[in-house]
Structures are given as C-alpha cells and as structure tokens.
Design a protein around this ligand. Structure first.
Ligand code: GLU
Length: 292
C-alpha cells in the first residue's frame, strides 16, 4: 500500500561486521519503504566510542551498497550528536525525573540478591534496579553531577507523563507473538523494567535515550527492527511521552538464527556478509538465505 509518509531506518552499531541478521533487517526495512513509496534512512549508532570503529562503519556502507540498498544521505552519526542528547538529559534532570547512581553491575547484582528483595526480576536491561541510589534524586537545581550514571525514576516518570499504561502499535510480532495494540500497565513497568540508565557514566547518554531522540529527529514513522528489541519499546514510549516526541509504529521481525538455533552475533564471522561476498555469493543468494 502506498504511503509516501512512511519513513523507516536501519540503525547498526559499527562494532563488528554485519551478519545475515543485519542484512535481513536492513533489506526488510528497505523493501517496506520502497513498497510504500516512502523513505529508507541509515543511522550509525556509535555512542559507544570504546567499541565503535571507523573501519566497521565503512564496512557497513559497503555491505549495504553491495546488497543493493540505497538510503537518504548523509547517514546520521550518533557520535556527532552528544549536545542534543545532553539537552535531553538536562531537561529530565531539571524535572526531577533522574537520579545519580554509583552502582556497578556487581553492586546491582548484590543488592538484588539481598534476602529481603525476593527473586531478582530481569527486564530489558538485565536485573531490575533494586533502588539503592534512588534517594540521590535531582531536586531540579544545578546540572547533573559528573561521574555518575543517571537513572530514570520510572514511577516518577509515569506519573509525570500522566499515563497509567504505555501503548504502541505493533505491525510485526514480539517474541511471544504479540501483535496489534500493545499495552503495558504502569505497575508492570515499575516492577518489570524499573529505573533504567538513561545516561551512562562513560558516554553521557544511552541506547534508549539516543534512539528515541534520533527516531524523532529523522522523522521515522515506522521502526523496523529485530524482536530482541521488542521489550525495550515500552521504555522508548515512556521517553517519547516525557520528551514530547511522537511514537512511531513498530514492526519487530524474527531473528535469523544459526543451525543450532542460536541468534547470530557480531563475532560470528562465518555468517558475515563480507565472508559470503568473498565466497562469491550474490545479493540474491543472501535474500534467499534469510527468506526474503
Ligand atoms: N543499534 C541497535 C543494534 O545494533 C539497533 C537499534 C534499533 O534498531 O532500535 O542492535
């Protein structure tokens, strides 16, 4: 169905070679945009400067071009947008929705395992934060302190957003076949997602914050991405509400797995697009391998 307003994107992190799973995601998003007569955009998600490499970014452009994809240029590079993310963080801090957290992963594990905490709950970002540093809330004055991670106070955020539940439209499927209108209640979000990190100590932002700000900046109407990110979507919807940004339609797709049923990882060089290329495969072969 034609819909020239349809804008989607592929948003890889340049931390390794693109594999079959990336190719599937990119080609599916591209095909959907072309079928709608809309736009396909590219975003390089390189906020993690400790892991991102220029050579992997160049390899992304090469692989996508080889696959026959074209995108609006220039691609958006997240490493150039730290001032925009900073503004988002400062705004949420000023509203008293963030708190400074000094816990590392081990602290979180230990606190969540304390006898009075019950069984640790696992959310989209791992163990749900047990609240150790929550008392260190911003009071709305002064900038956020340096040297801490900043977490979203989920209960305060939901209250501030004035929503009892988050909702979005899913045109693909979540891992358990979820589709259509997806609704997650506030109490469930507080319990199952909790106080997620919005600004990492080492990068001043996070995947969640950057992805939400950039989907809006690129005018994305439809987010096409893997089912592994389905659970994170509820966080994105809360952030969209807090930042006054629109919620796109989401289309989560199946993941490409290896013969043992395991999800492909960047270190799986055997399934890298460039390996298939070097072995003489054609883009049509790749389409066939991923079932497109
Ligand atoms: N950068 C993320 C990844 O490499 C994808 C983000 C998204 O599509 O929302 O998995």
């Amino acid at each position: 169905m034609k819909n020239p307003e349809f804008r989607t994107r592929f948003a890889p992190s340049p931390t390794g070679p693109l594999h079959l799973g990336h190719a599937y995601s990119a080609m599916l998003a591209h095909d959907m945009a072309r079928a709608a007569g809309g736009a396909f955009l590219l975003r390089i998600e390189d906020i993690d400067q400790a892991r991102a490499r220029d050579e992997w970014e160049q390899a992304i452009y090469e692989d996508l071009a080889w696959l026959g994809l074209t995108w609006e240029t220039p691609a958006l590079r997240q490493s150039e947008r730290s001032a925009v993310y900073r503004e988002g963080v400062d705004g949420l801090w000023a509203e008293g929705l963030l708190f400074a957290c000094s816990c590392n992963r081990r602290d979180v594990r230990a606190a969540a395992a304390a006898p009075n905490e019950g069984e640790p709950v696992f959310g989209p970002d791992g163990i749900v934060y047990p609240g150790t540093c929550r008392a260190r809330k911003s009071e709305g004055h002064g900038p956020p302190p340096e040297g801490y991670a900043l977490r979203l106070d989920m209960a305060a955020a939901l209250e501030r957003a004035g929503i009892g539940a988050v909702a979005f439209e899913e045109t693909g499927t979540g891992p358990a076949g979820e589709t259509g209108r997806i609704e997650v209640g506030g109490a469930e979000m507080i319990r199952g997602v909790g106080d997620v990190v919005l600004a990492r100590r080492d990068m001043g932002t996070s995947y969640h914050l950057s992805v939400v700000i950039d989907d809006a900046a690129q005018g994305i109407s439809h987010v096409v991405r893997g089912q592994d990110l389905f659970e994170a979507t509820q966080i994105h919807v809360v952030l969209q509400r807090l930042l006054g940004l629109p919620t796109p339609v989401y289309h989560h797709h199946r993941l490409i797995r290896d013969d043992a049923g395991k999800r492909l990882a960047k270190r799986d060089d055997a399934r890298a697009i460039r390996t298939y290329r070097a072995d003489g495969a054609s883009p049509a072969d790749i389409r066939c391998m991923v079932g497109l």
